[in-house]
Structures are given as structure tokens and as C-alpha cells.
Design a protein around this ligand. Sequence first.
Ligand SMILES: *[C@@H]1O[C@H](CO)[C@@H](O)[C@H](O)[C@H]1NC(C)=O
Ligand SMILES: *[C@@H]1O[C@H](CO)[C@@H](O)[C@H](O)[C@H]1NC(C)=O
Ligand SMILES: *[C@@H]1O[C@H](CO)[C@@H](O)[C@H](O)[C@H]1NC(C)=O
Ligand SMILES: *[C@@H]1O[C@H](CO)[C@@H](O)[C@H](O)[C@H]1NC(C)=O
Ligand SMILES: CC(=O)N[C@H]1CO[C@H](CO)[C@@H](O)[C@@H]1O
Length: 579
Amino acid sequence: MRRATESEESSSMLRAMVRGGGRGGGSSGDSELWNGKPAPWYKKRKNLCILIWVSVALLLILIIVAATVVPKMNKKDKDGKDKAGSSDSGGKINPNSIPKDAPSWLNPLVWASTDGFNLTYTDETVGDLPVMGLYTDWDDSARANDKVPALKDAWGDYGKRPARGVNVGGWLSLEPFITPSLFGYASSLGIIDEYTLCSYLAARCEQVLEKHYANFVTENTFKEIADAGLDHVRIPFSYWAVQTYDGDPYLFRTSWRYLLRAIEWCRKYGLRVNLDVHGLPGSQNGWNHSGRQGSIGWLNGTDGNLNAQRALDIHDRLSKFFAQPRYKNIISHYGLANEPKMTLLSVPAVNKWTTDAYNLVRENGIKDAIIVFGDGFRGLGNWQGQLQDLSNAALDVHQYVIFNEGQILFNHSEKVRFACDGWTQQTLESMDRSTGYGPTLVAEWSQADTDCAQHLTNVGWGNRWTGTYITGNPAGIGDITEPMCPTQDHRCSCTEANADPGRWSSSYKKFLRMFAEAQMHSFEKGWGWFYWVWDTESAAQWSYKKGMAAGVLPAKAWDRSFNCKMSDIPNFSDLPEYY
Ligand SMILES: *[C@@H]1O[C@H](CO)[C@@H](O)[C@H](O)[C@H]1NC(C)=O
Ligand SMILES: *[C@@H]1O[C@H](CO)[C@@H](O)[C@H](O)[C@H]1NC(C)=O
Ligand SMILES: *[C@@H]1O[C@H](CO)[C@@H](O)[C@H](O)[C@H]1NC(C)=O
Ligand SMILES: *[C@@H]1O[C@H](CO)[C@@H](O)[C@H](O)[C@H]1NC(C)=O
Ligand SMILES: CC(=O)N[C@H]1CO[C@H](CO)[C@@H](O)[C@@H]1O
């Protein structure tokens, strides 16, 4: 029986050498071996003959184990499946190389995922942001597909070759409808956004969020995005990747490392990156996806100017970091602020902030990226003549039919017609400096025809579609209690829309595909598009990946048959259908 124990221990030692001491990276014995303490069984040996015999046996076992275990380890590394401490650097983390007081974001021994990270400790920063986890060399030779240039070659004119991209939303900036599993609490706890979630979880927030960061998006995500014929990825993240302030419950800095790794994986698959700051200090829109639902504290209220300055400080550091040569070819778009709610904020104040942020970012060395700013829901025509001094900048508009009470009522044929007519016209007018801002891109859109997805409107709010939209306002202001689907009657139901895509009827799937292709057609009249989002836990109408699997999105983003020829639009049924 002794033999069995020896082989267990020797294989555990081998595991320790191969995988290092990452969290969950094997038995608790690993660290003892790494600390160089002699293993107890060895000490007890007194008889030299037995020792020699054991050594020979051990050697044989090691050879066998090495031949079987090592290839498996490598395979796990490549698949990106082993979250438990494998790494490209061979997995050796010497605990003695990590300073005792290293914070968790610099200490690979406690990272939930080490896949794809350089695990050699460094406290070096650029722009006051850590480089820890990055490899020194990079390679920009990949291209997403044969229709677009490699990263190292210039993309050229986005007006001639529009971006076809997708958002990895709900990842580094949480959104309840994308990951309802993170928001499964009693409603009395009031957990509706990242702020209330991390306030509630307190010290556990780190563990819960890092697990999500490590698993919701992996290397395979970017491989699949490139395989889908997409060429750009917009990565939403929030200010706490860079900095937190007194009283913030947000998880500081952990998302930073995942952002950097995502950019490296984009590089590997030839995908260009649109950096999107989704949550700014104070909140720029008061929506849950800014981190905190409620009032706007950026350029508004007592701390409005303080938060505006903090947001500039965030950009000061981000732009110094991303001005490094390794990002020159891959950061194609640099976003300043997602969806500032300019219908409530002062337009001159936001435009001045945008100009200040633009100048800062350019002065810090972001030379080539397009600087992106949000349309603020003002209506595209209102941008005519504004912010014309900013060179190589683009206006970002987000197009959805389901958040608009007029458009959600359109029947399916009308939704396709509007996506063709309405949005082609809006895009063309916006692209023309005599009628709109000029360069325009659509960095969010979806093919959802209902607002039925769980938590889409807010945790606990119901939806417009079935007339169950109750905002909690004491006077009922903003509530919608009559069904807002095309038939506006008892037939307004979410059962079909929320069904498994495998159950959608062929005519409903035909509508969804035509609606998506109509939007791609319209948005390619501008500087391109980014679908919202790549994947969701369950909301199938919002997932490019699930949509492709169901055949409601093209297998390659360019492989489309509908080009907005009006006579090709059939009389679709009014409502989602399923078998
Ligand atoms: C890993 O990071 C260390 C510290 O920054 C650096 O010295 C080393 O060159 C990196 N290794 C590789 C293979 O890039
Ligand atoms: C602006 O700030 C004030 C003071 O904090 C707040 O009461 C108000 O709701 C904010 N406005 C918006 C639109 O959030
Ligand atoms: C759609 O229905 C209208 C009448 O409601 C009819 O005039 C038209 O020909 C139909 N179009 C198609 C493509 O079936
Ligand atoms: C959709 O709406 C249009 C415009 O109101 C109408 O002409 C058409 O008949 C409707 N389609 C169906 C299937 O009801
Ligand atoms: C109240 C609120 O902030 N609701 C927003 C939460 O986020 C979803 C999208 O994830 C929006 O649709 C809601 O308007």
C-alpha cells in the first residue's frame, strides 16, 4: 500500500511543478513542496536498499505520469478550460517572488484565472496602472477574416469599410438582464445594480465578481466572435477598474486585468477593440448599467464638478496607459462616456467635458484611435455643427425599437421597414455634416422585438409589452399598465419571446433574421455597428451567439440576403410565435 501513496505523492509533486500554486491548483500539499520542505515519507526512510529501490520505482512512475499527465495539462491550457492555475508561462509561481503585502490584483497566487497571463510579479505601472499580467512581446499579424486587414495594416476609411462588431456587455460592467444569476436575491434586499450588489456582498464581492469575470468571457469567446465574421469588439468597463473613491462599494481594480487579457485575446484573433467606459464617477445617466441606478451625479448635483474632474482623471490614466506602442494597432476606438443622459444634463456642460476629455486623451498620446462620444439621446439632427474641432472623432448612437413607446408597437413588418427606411435615413443624415454631426457609428443595437427578457427594464419592474411596467414611483409616474405590443390586448404575452430559440416558429425566425439584416444594412451606411451583446445567460433575443445557433443571425456577418428591398418584406405575423 505504500506504493500507492508514493505514486500519489509523486504525481502531486509533478502537478505542483506543472501548475504552480494558483488558487485551486491541486492539493494543499503543493505549497509545502514548493516551500522546499522535505516530504515526510522521505525522512522516515532509513534503509538504503529500500531507498534505492524506491528511487527507481519513483523514476519509472514519474516517466509514466509525465507521459500521460503533461500532455493533458497542455491540452487544458490550450482549450482555456482549466481555470485552476494553468498558465502559458509554464505555471510556475514561486510564492517567494510575490511580496507579502502585494495586493490581490498583483498576486497571481490568488487570481481565479491565470490562463493567458504572465505570472511574473511586477509592480511596474504606466499612467499609474499596472502592467502585471502582460507579456512583453506582442504580435499584430493576425486578421479577423480575409475581408479585413491584419491589425498591423491600416484599416482605412470606416466610411468605406464599416466596422462589424459586437459588445462583450454584462461582463466587466454588470447588467441584471445579461446575468440574472448574479441578481437572484429576495426583492426586499433591493439588489438591482452593481452598487447594491457589492454593498450587500461586501467582502464577498471580490470572489463573486472575479468568478464571473473568469468564466463569462474566455479566450474561446474571441475565437467564436472572429469565426462569426465579426471584426471589432466593444468592451464595456467601469471606472472602478481604475480607481474607487471613499464610500464606493465597487470592486477595485480586479476587472483591469481581465480587460487587458481580453485585449490580448482580441489581438490573437485579429479583432480591433473599442474601449467603452460604461460607468463614470457619480453616474452619467442614473441607469443600472452605469453601476448605480438613481440620480445623475456627474455634471449634476453637489458633487457634479468633482465627479466630472474625477472622470477626467480616469481618462488621464487610461490614455497614458493605452498610448503604449502595443495598443497603437489594436485600439481602434477610444470611448469617452457611454450614454450620458443629455436630455437631462446641460448640453454645453457635457460638450465642454467631451472637448476637455478629447484634448487630454490626444495630448497623452492616443493618436490613431477614433475618439467616440455618445449622442446623449438628443436626436441626431441636433448635432449638426457641434464639436466640429475634434478631428478623427465619431458620434455614437444606440438604436433600439423596444425602449421607445411608439416603436415597440410596430408590428413585425413595420419593424423591418423602419429598420431599413428610418435608420438608413437617420444614418445618412448624421453622416452628412450639413444635416448632422458627421462620422457616426452604432455601438449598440439588437434584434429584440419585445422587452420581455427577465430584468431587462430593471430588477423587479415587469415590462411594457405585457403592461406590467411598474417603476415604484409613489404617484405611478412612468408606469405602463396597458399592454404595449402591436395588438395591444390580451395576446401581448412574453411566453413565445422568452421561449427556447429551438421552439421559435420558422416565420418568427425569418422575421428576426430579416430585422437583424435590415439593421446591418442601415448601420453600414455609417461607420459600422456593434451588436448588443455577444452572449447572455438566458435572454436569447439579445445574444449574437444564441441567435447564430438558432439561425436568426448569419453564420458570417457579411453573408446576408436581405438588402432592404421593400417588396421583399412579407406580411409577418404581429407577434412572436412558437411551436
Ligand atoms: C513577464 O513579466 C515580467 C515582469 O514584467 C517581464 O520581465 C517578463 O519579460 C515577462 N515575460 C514575458 C515572457 O514576456
Ligand atoms: C441632479 O442632482 C440632484 C442633486 O443631487 C438630484 O436631486 C437630481 O435628481 C439630479 N438630476 C438627475 C436628472 O438625476
Ligand atoms: C400584405 O397584406 C396586404 C393587405 O393587408 C396586401 O395588400 C399585400 O399584398 C400583402 N403583401 C404580401 C407581400 O403578401
Ligand atoms: C402591420 O402594420 C401595417 C401598418 O399599420 C399594416 O398595413 C399591416 O397590415 C400590418 N400587418 C399585419 C400583419 O397586421
Ligand atoms: C432603471 C434602470 O436603470 N433601468 C435600466 C437598467 O438597464 C437596462 C438595460 O440593461 C435598461 O433597459 C433599463 O432602462
